[in-house]
Design a binder for this molecule. Structure first.
Ligand code: FES
Ligand code: FES
Length: 190
């Protein structure tokens, strides 16, 4: 005897859940209004308190990009592989594409937009610029956020330690050499 659960989801309609027997007989269905699936997310993002009512399954990357318009956090894979979406949560680097915003409620989040101070770039941003650590720039926000976290934990990393740390950040342009040079440059300034 086989049972299947099929979920139809629409942001305007809600979720309709059919429980089926052998795909040919719908024995029961449930309807959940989208409003019942909303949750209030409160966070401190780049030093400002924010609160938004969003679907309870909203990813942190979606919350930042679509609800706060902080599009500096990029999404390359959505599966925790490329690192383009890395932000800091309570000072630790984290892949925002696989983090539910609701799971980090009331945390302090820093995105690439929050690094500059009074219009002056963060030393890691300066180093990437100086050492040409980017080409298309798609990976750069995640690289910068990850590299800052590395230097908090290890002020003078070797080339190998930098490459090992950035293993979860993929760059399709640079060949990584100038990224490593940029992190070393920043380590002499931070
Ligand atoms: S978008 Fe998050 S790791 Fe690729
Ligand atoms: S600079 Fe293009 S992906 Fe890294």
């Amino acid at each position: 005897m086989l049972f299947y659960i099929i979920i139809f989801k629409s942001s305007s309609v809600g979720r309709i859940i059919f429980t089926c027997y052998n795909f040919n007989k719908i024995i029961r269905y449930y309807y959940i209004k989208e409003a019942d699936l909303m949750t209030k997310i409160t966070l401190e993002v780049n030093g400002k308190k924010v609160a938004r009512d969003v679907p309870d399954n909203t990813l942190l990357s979606t919350f930042l990009r679509e609800h706060l318009n902080l599009t500096g956090t990029h999404v390359g894979c959505d599966t925790s592989q490329c690192g383009a979406c890395v932000v800091h949560v309570d000072g630790q680097s984290l892949k925002s594409c696989t983090t539910l915003a609701a799971d980090i409620a009331d945390s302090k989040v820093t995105t690439i937009e929050g690094l500059a101070n009074n219009g002056k770039m963060h030393p890691m941003q300066e180093a990437f610029k100086k050492m040409h650590g980017l080409q298309c720039g798609f990976c750069t926000p995640g690289m910068v956020m990850s590299a800052i976290d590395l230097l908090k934990k290890n002020k003078d990393p070797s080339d190998k330690e930098i490459r090992d740390w950035l293993e979860g950040n993929i760059c399709r342009c640079t060949g990584y050499q100038n990224i490593v040079a940029a992190v070393k440059e920043a380590s002499s300034k931070m």
